[in-house]
Design a protein around this ligand. Sequence first.
Ligand SMILES: Nc1nc2c(ncn2[C@@H]2O[C@H](COP(=O)(O)OP(=O)(O)OP(=O)(O)O)[C@@H](O)[C@H]2O)c(=O)[nH]1
Ligand SMILES: [Mg+2]
Length: 678
Amino acid sequence: MPRGILNLGILAHVDAGKTTLTERLLYCAGVIDAPGSVDEGTTQTDTLALERQRGITIKSAVVSFTVGDTTVNLIDTPGHPDFVAEVERALSVLDGVVLVVSAVEGVQPQTRILWRALQRLRVPTIFFVNKIDRRGAGYERLLADIAGRLTPAIIPMGSVRGLGTREAAVIPDDAAAPAVRSRLAELLAEHDDAVLDAYLDGQAAMPRGWLREKLAGQVRDTLVHPVYFGSAITGAGVEVLLHELSGLLPAAGQDAGGPVSGRVFKVGRGPAGDKIAYVRMFSGTVATRDRVRFGRGRDGKVTAISVFADGAAARRDEVTAGQIARLSGLTDIQIGDAIGAAPGGADQHYFAPPTLETAIVARDPGGKPRLHAAITEIAEQDPLINVRQDDIRQEIYVSLYGEVQKQVIEATLATEYGVEVGFRETTPICVERPVRTGTAEEILHAPGNPFLATLGIRIDPAPPGAGTAVRLEVGHQSVPLYIYKNMDNFAAAMEHYIARTLHQGLYGWQVTDCTVSLVRSQYSVPDGPPSVRGPLSGPQDFRKLTPLVVMAALKRAGTVVCEPVHRFRLETPADTLTGLLPVLARLHAVPAVAATRDSWCTLEGDIPVTRVHELRQQIPPLTRGEGVMESSFDRYEPVRGPVPTRPRTDDNPLNREEYLHRVLRRGVREKEERQTGG
Ligand SMILES: Nc1nc2c(ncn2[C@@H]2O[C@H](COP(=O)(O)OP(=O)(O)OP(=O)(O)O)[C@@H](O)[C@H]2O)c(=O)[nH]1
Ligand SMILES: [Mg+2]
């Protein structure tokens, strides 16, 4: 029988102790002789020079260990919100998660953001309350915090002695004790009548192993979440967690003979600069020298495979379902690509996109080509960096989550690529929302329509946060199925063309919160019905006509430019308010709620995303270092004052009119060529 595999993510807010816990788990599992330390830069997963200098995790890292008969591949993720894209990639390959919460700081805004993503994805999750050795650590308070702010469906799996001291220890529950069994049964009975019946029948009807199976079942179905306590630094409670992991979280499926299907969640570079793809296989087997397909129609030959097992990635001939491996040889591969058939939960985003961008400039005027090459390579590893080239000013733009990410990009360019850079002003990335319904159509053979297709498009505004949906309101008779084979393919193609067009709206920003409906479609074939008689329509007719009609409809709909707004929460001694309020006003931070308790004050309100960093820096000097500020992206709001437009990029110019004319001219030319040629 093959060994079980568990692909486990460690997630938490920044500094909760993920990397330290990873180190402890590796130590307890016998992989390393002594746990390394984040503060000394000696851990297994924080291996980048920058991570060691700064003491924070920047990139996800994989390590593996064996417990019982299960191989655990552990992915240690960064907790800083600026690096949430790394977490997003990891999420799509996990069987289960340990969500770490600090026993002192409790549930943080970032914990809630992660929790919501885990819920949406239905990833089985257990909690580890870390740092029970630190002064100020809580037990009941933490349980209430998790129950109140994340989920009431939790069950503590032990108690703590010596809380808040270096000697803090975990006392596991005695699973045979009647009180423990009753408490567990009460929770499980909420979703399981068999447990309810057994519970009402009394203890004898609830064998320990049976209850345990029921618990694992409900963890797998994300109905309940066990809570473990411990300290990654002293090791308290970590042994318990280690031995419970594989029993509670579900093992990976291992259909080695099925169709090849995997997902790339990380792209790195080998010692010689060669590309290495980290892939998790969901089904099938890939062997060295196999040619595999990935992404949209790319492919490549795998030249080497190393599979994670027993502590390290070891050279193997093949990787099969359930495993995580490093693949060499796939030069065109990108992070997020599916290998073979796309596994479920494809190209979705679970977190808010980056809301800032900045132009990046090489300090050495001749360094521009090198900068371009380097930043493109960095973006391959992190697609949300989203490099854009500005045609007019010839500048390179990158999207950002925040200042820390900017500093990391700057340092990476300097140390790894030898390119010194500076940045221009950081500006918000806005979106455009359609204001009213707008329709447009282009009719086949009508004057001015150079394409062999009819398209009618209607754009309706949708509620804020709804995103973009595409709807087909045409029947299969009006669709050239000789091109698209079936309606699903046609729908996918249209969705792709429309999404590409909405990338830059009337003011150059991404268009969102609308429904785009295809209300009319026609094509032409030489032998007439079911559609129009004429030269044969091709895919390019639909591909090229779509942006034209969509933009015309968008113009009629009109758009309003909206900017990202953060929500902040600030706890500070009440006597610091007089100094703080003018600064808040200057930064356009509007406190909407204020509560005072025991000479402490809590302010809550909105702040423009570009001001967050400055406010964060102002807090310590203005509050004697006592103020604590949290902030996270909340929503987009219509811009007040002058409407910002986005500089044009080469693939999607700001001046749509001109672009459309260009397409039109090209289309007319092609039509003429076709006519003179035929
Ligand atoms: N007292 C105490 N300190 C801890 C414990 N776990 C971690 N720390 C300390 O907390 C700090 C952050 O630990 P990390 O392991 O880097 O935290 P992290 O969650 O990996 O941080 P990021 O990856 O940057 O999000 C370090 O200084 C650790 O030494 C613990 O159980 N008790
Ligand atoms: Mg870390």
